[in-house]
Design a protein around this ligand. Sequence first.
Ligand SMILES: [Zn+2]
Length: 676
Amino acid sequence: MTFEIKYKDARGRAGVLKTPHGTLKTPALMPVIHPGKQTLDVSKYGAEMVITNAYLIYKNMDLRVKALKDGVHELINFSGPIMTDSGSFQLSLYGDIDVSNREIVEFQEKIGTDIGTSLDIPTPPFVGRRRAEEEMEVTLSRAKEALEVRNSLMLNSVVQGSTYPDLRAKCAQTLSEMDFDIHPIGAVVPLMESYQYSTLLDVIMASVENLPDSRPRHLMGAGHPMIFSFAVALGCDFFDSAAYILYAQDDRLLMPDGTYKLENLVEMPCSCPICNSYSPEELRIMKKAERTKLLAQHNLHISLAEIRQIRQSIADGSLWELVEKRCRNHPYLLDALRKMKKYTSELERYDPPYKKTAFFYSGPESLNRPEVHRHLERLNRLPRKKRLLLLPPTEKPYSKHVDQGVMNFYSNMKISDYSNTKIPDLAKFSGENLQIVVVDIPFVVIPLEIDEVYPLAQNEAPQTMDQDARKFLRDHLERFVEGYQEILVSAEALEIFNIPLENLDITGNPFHENEIKIPSINSLLNDEIKIRYIADYQFGSGSGKALFDGETNIIKSKKTGKIRYIYDGDDLIATLRARDGVLVLGMEGARRLHSHLPYPINRVVVNEDAEPFAREGKSIFAKFIIDCDMNIRASEEVLVVNQDDELLAFGKSILNAEEFTSFNTGQAVKTRKGGF
Ligand SMILES: [Zn+2]
């Protein structure tokens, strides 16, 4: 079995899992198949993998004989990959079952299941610590036994530990050191049934953070589409659904925004073939068995469509937007979304800095997103000037609209009488000692030099600021302005920022824009400074000077007037990518960055085997990576070196640092060029 990541967003991954019975896309939903009772062919609705219960097959003599003779695929009439559960669920219901761990693992291998499960103990939430600990030890010893018993059977190993994050972490850590293929996160159904999503968040994070990135994770028993995107954003890859049939039996329709009761419906709420063909009344008067089958089909349609939407969102880089939408469907999910704040820095390590789609602010929770956190951190990479000019927001990109915006904004203002007003003459400041920033939500301070770098121009927020945003702006702005010798800000801008003057520690009074001669703000900006700033912001302090030292020839697009190429003579140092304002290195740029940044910064180190391929400019596969800078995120421009730190190639990272070292399959760096 091999697992590869194709796209990443938040902590989620869209990948491909190869099994003996075919390849499937992840995240994936496995419908639960009841052996002997199933009448629906779930593959018709797009299910690529299913889960069935080995214990139920084992217990029923007819099923057992047939499964041993023809195999489980024949038994449940499904030709794709099959995962089997071991009877832990029955164990949790009845307290005892009559099969041993060894027997059920051997049985799963004999019936030809693709991925089997050891007999773990599903410890419910909120039990006493001693019980959680003791049962976790049993789960771990059975997991170990399963490894000894199996021959070629691939194995699930379930993370338990009840609602104790440290026990979940310990369990995950121990299992990660053993040779398993997939890790279910177990015994979370009671949390979902009682809407305790915040606790679920802690359980998932404690588990995921301690499991290897190279193995898929399965949120066991999660079958409601409302929760899928949230769990995927935290790093879950698999779901199983008995819900499609259980809810149907109960005359309930699953939807990504919640559950609908058939008895309350006057209209069918969706556009699947079932909802298009029947009215609620027709379904209500139908025979129970027939109705259940139809509602189960709707539930499958909807659940699998949500999984496809999630995979698309990951490829687009809009998973956060989807999560924020879905979490507004239940107040307790919204609460969990708010509590994700405490994991922002963990999530940030996995979230790619550059995405295809714009950042949409959907409410105060968006302020906790990794992109915002990252920007405020990376601001520290920029050089500090003496004076600061704070400008109110305009249309984006700010540097293009700032002159017009400033004029428009102040043209209707009256001149108030400020005695002792210190009227600055902006014209006397060159770009060298005046830092001009736009103050806006959600990124707070946007230095004009980097205002076209993703996501500083590629974001939208409502013009009316909510209270949380105002507070956020004020807190972070106050922190940012510390240490500047002089802060220039208009009284009108301060009003917008909602900041009392004394908090900014400004010498003199705020000026009114009408009272000063505003030179073109753009005339204060300078291309040389701009590219250096972008390099510092992207690669770290000092990178700009290292890359663009000496004679540089800046070529602009004739059509847009934007910087495109930066050369030294005939040598291309870098290209400024139009869509996201990011510097893409050229040969000379890679060489300069390599000599400037000390090892291991921004490096991916490959072994001898990969060296010739890297030099030829071929892509780097994860299995050849032996070390790397642990601060590398996916989608960044990185240097590929050998063990002696000789530069071999450069390219774009597909994975982050943790994933580079965890994965043994798949592409890790898309090489742009080798040949050094
Ligand atoms: Zn429907």
